[in-house]
Design a protein around this ligand. Structure first.
Ligand code: BG6
Length: 482
């Protein structure tokens, strides 16, 4: 627990899905492990009226449903619930915020706010917080996406937040940065000698990043249909993975050094050509053996929204010249999987060629979820007397993080991010210039979609996306790591 730790946490959207599934279970875990100070009060707020007691009941029900069994400790649950209180808020009135400030009480020991709200409520909310004294220099604010729907609207939100909070008090959340394996990517690259000398256009042929999901719309009809896969996943999570994979070594592990390097990558992204992008939408099919409906049927209305996107991206700098970054993400795909694949180049000369020895270039697979591992495919010789040629085979050098750290507790991303917010540690949060560089690139893709009428291609649920997504890579003589 560090000294800058807040003494109160104000949770917007406290009765919503994110709070029930992620935030409350994360806060409970931090409480159980005594990682938050005993006096930290947690005030929930949302539109609906509830008493403190009713909110505690709701929180208890959420914890019953979403906490893993080994996390349930009745005594600790009781003390956790005592931290909670609730205030309903009508964000359109200043009186609403005065009542909220009253409920939050003394914030001289520091306050952290977790704000997730509809885009149109950002400005009034910031104004309300500011006018009711909840934005003083001892207050920091965590912002959950969506932060706008394009560069322009994100600027409006960032300006509004920036008028009340300095950048060092703004914590923009990308929950992928809270994932253990995502941070491990930096450790792999910068705590080991063997990768970095090859981590460039001389050593690497291309990079692939996949975030595939098996879920469909999941009751988020309105939001998802207005957003689509490009803005829901690529604009934030995937681009952060690109930045961490492609960035130069920062001088230190701190918020400024790391974010300075990430933003250079994001600014170096080349605009994507119309022939380098694929949009898809799932049609009916089967996922894991169960028949599922198509997107339009799930939505109950005709729609051109993409649930899949594949892109061929380029980072235009010296290190990455000529190395494509193939990105793809989608709903209702064959498997749930997040991974980064680094395909190394072939050796310059195959000394085994005359003895029928066939080589495959090394491939490094960094699996972020559901399993956590780093796997390097290397060539090895099959045991034999080699009378008919030398038999070479690809074998994995496997580092299973799940096994290597079997005893370590796996924490969900929000545990770390909430703790970092409460303690004021900004390294794993996204800076304004990063978000804007992300939007600039994504806006240009959307403009090309419109200008060039890039068609939304159908793919059966449970597949790896439309054929065009496979062709995007295949026409360069490469293949996805499926
Ligand atoms: C969210 C998206 O940001 O990330 C969701 O809005 C998506 O559509 C989710 O399902 C994926 O997160 P994770 O951690 O399950 O990979």
């Amino acid at each position: 627990m560090n000294d800058g730790s807040s003494s109160a946490l104000l949770l917007f959207g406290a009765t919503g899905d994110l709070a029930r599934r992620m935030l409350l279970p994360s806060l409970y875990a931090l409480h159980e492990d005594e990682l938050i100070r005993p006096g930290l009060r947690i005030v929930g707020t949302a539109r609906s009226e509830h008493s403190d007691e009713e909110f505690r009941e709701m929180a208890k029900a959420a914890l019953d449903e979403f906490l893993p069994a080994d996390r349930k400790d009745d005594a600790k649950l009781g003390t956790f619930l005592k931290r909670l209180s609730y205030q309903a808020l009508d964000a359109s009135t200043i009186e609403g915020f005065d009542d909220l400030a009253k409920k939050v009480g003394d914030t001289s020991g520091g306050l952290s706010i977790f704000l997730s709200t509809a885009p149109f409520l950002f400005e009034p909310t910031i104004k309300g917080l500011s006018q009711s004294g909840l934005a003083h220099p001892g207050v920091r604010i965590g912002l959950e996406k969506p932060l706008g729907e394009d560069l322009e609207s994100s600027r409006v939100i960032n300006d509004a937040v920036g008028s009340a909070f300095s950048e060092d008090r703004i914590f923009r959340i990308d929950h992928y940065l809270g994932k253990e394996t995502v941070q491990n990517l930096m450790v792999l690259r910068f705590a080991n000698m063997m990768f970095e000398p090859l981590w460039n256009a001389h050593g690497i042929d291309h990079v692939q990043i996949t975030i595939s999901e098996t879920v469909g719309l999941e009751g988020r009809k309105g939001f998802y249909d207005d957003t689509g896969a490009l803005r829901d996943m690529v604009q934030n999570h995937m681009l952060q993975l690109v930045a961490l994979t492609a960035m130069e070594p920062p001088a230190d592990y701190d918020a400024t050094s790391i974010r300075d390097e990430k933003v250079k990558v994001l600014r170096a992204l080349r605009p994507v050509g119309a022939d380098e992008m694929v949009r898809g939408q799932y049609a009916k099919g089967a996922v894991g053996g169960t028949a599922v409906k198509g997107y339009v049927e799930d939505l109950g209305a005709p729609s051109e929204t993409e649930t899949f996107v594949a892109l061929k991206a380029h980072v235009d700098n010296w290190r990455w010249q000529g190395v494509p970054f193939y990105l793809r993400t989608g709903k209702r795909m064959a498997e749930r999987r997040s991974e980064i694949v680094v395909q190394f180049k072939e050796v310059p000369h195959n000394i085994f060629a005359q003895r029928q020895g066939k080589l495959r270039a090394n491939r490094l697979v960094i699996r972020l979820q559901p399993e956590e591992y780093v796997r390097l495919q290397v060539m090895a010789k099959e045991p034999s007397l080699d009378r008919e040629g030398i038999l070479l085979r690809e074998v994995p050098l496997d580092l299973s993080l799940t096994q290597a750290f079997a005893k370590a507790r796996r924490r969900i991303a929000y545990e770390r991010l909430l703790l970092d917010l409460i303690e004021g540690e900004q390294t794993l949060f996204v800076r304004r210039d990063e978000v804007e560089a992300q939007w600039r690139w994504v806006d240009a893709i959307r403009k090309t979609w419109r200008d060039d009428d890039v068609e939304v291609k159908s793919y059966p649920a449970g597949s790896w996306g439309p054929n065009a997504g496979i062709a995007l890579v295949a026409r360069d003589g490469r293949s996805w790591n499926d």
